[in-house]
Design a protein around this ligand. Structure first.
Ligand SMILES: [Zn+2]
Length: 261
């Protein structure tokens, strides 16, 4: 582990290390909320030795989880009544991760799960440039219907390139490039998303077999490689519009997404 630790710290800024130290200090004892979360496996084991985040690093030998619940609250929504859990990870001290859950997470049957990457424009503003908002709301409704499930809301905007770059990519799309070409023109791969943190959160919730709501086979690969078994792909039903038809076609053709149209 020592070599891995050095490898990770070599790519982190000293400032990040200091931020992490503050979090670890805050977590010490009763935690930030003053009341340790019941469901988390990691009430006292948030350990800076298990820093994460880079898919090229193998963490399978690590004994302690690098994610930790900070707080769990009630979340009534127009789609149903859920609980909202905030997680922090030692890898990323700037962004928290959110999990919306309902029902018994540790029942015998594989749990219905959506791993959703943040899309401010689609999720918050109802943008029709993409299908993210539709997928998010479909997943919440489906979890409500089934009575149990989890939606992980990962802070990796714009397939991992961030909001600023996503909007720059939008500008290039307005000049004729498709979503993949635009990301590449900015110097990024078509999809930079990473599912290591998602897998750690699922493990922390004692969820290791899931029915994954996704149209993206690469997401199944992305989570499976970290030890989560996907026993079924549950399609996410989205309806193409004149505004996002080309975007969806590009996702199907170039990114391998599975759509029935
Ligand atoms: Zn989107």
């Amino acid at each position: 582990m020592k070599e891995k630790k050095l490898l990770i710290f070599s790519s982190s800024e000293a400032k990040g290390r200091e931020e992490e130290r503050k979090i670890l200090t805050a977590f010490d004892g009763k935690g930030i909320t003053g009341s340790p979360q019941k469901r988390s496996k990691n009430e006292k084991t948030f350990d800076s030795n298990t820093l994460p985040g880079n898919s090229s690093v193998d963490y399978t030998g690590c004994k302690q989880s690098p994610v930790r619940q900070v707080v769990e609250v009630d979340l009534p929504t127009k789609f149903g009544h859920f609980r909202l859990i905030l997680y922090e990870s030692a890898a990323d001290t700037k962004d928290c991760q959110l999990v919306i859950v309902k029902g018994d997470l540790n029942r015998k049957d594989p749990l219905l799960v959506r791993i959703h990457s943040e899309c401010l424009t689609g999720d918050m503003f109802g943008s029709l440039r993409c299908d993210c908002g539709d997928q998010l709301f479909y997943a919440l409704k489906r979890i409500e219907q089934e009575g149990s499930g989890a939606l992980l809301y990962l802070r990796q905007e714009g397939r991992g390139i961030g909001l600023r770059n996503k909007l720059l990519a939008y500008k290039l799309q307005e000049k004729g490039k498709d979503t993949v070409e635009a990301n590449e023109a900015l110097g990024f791969k078509a999809d930079l998303r990473e599912y290591w943190v998602a897998a750690q959160i699922l493990k922390d919730l004692s969820i290791d077999r899931i029915r994954l709501m996704t149209n993206n086979p690469k997401k199944i690969e992305g989570i499976t490689k970290y030890g989560i078994e996907v026993v079924e792909r549950v399609p996410v039903i989205v309806h193409p519009t004149a505004m996002n038809e080309n975007y969806l076609k590009t996702k199907k053709k170039k990114l391998g997404h599975l759509f029935p149209f």
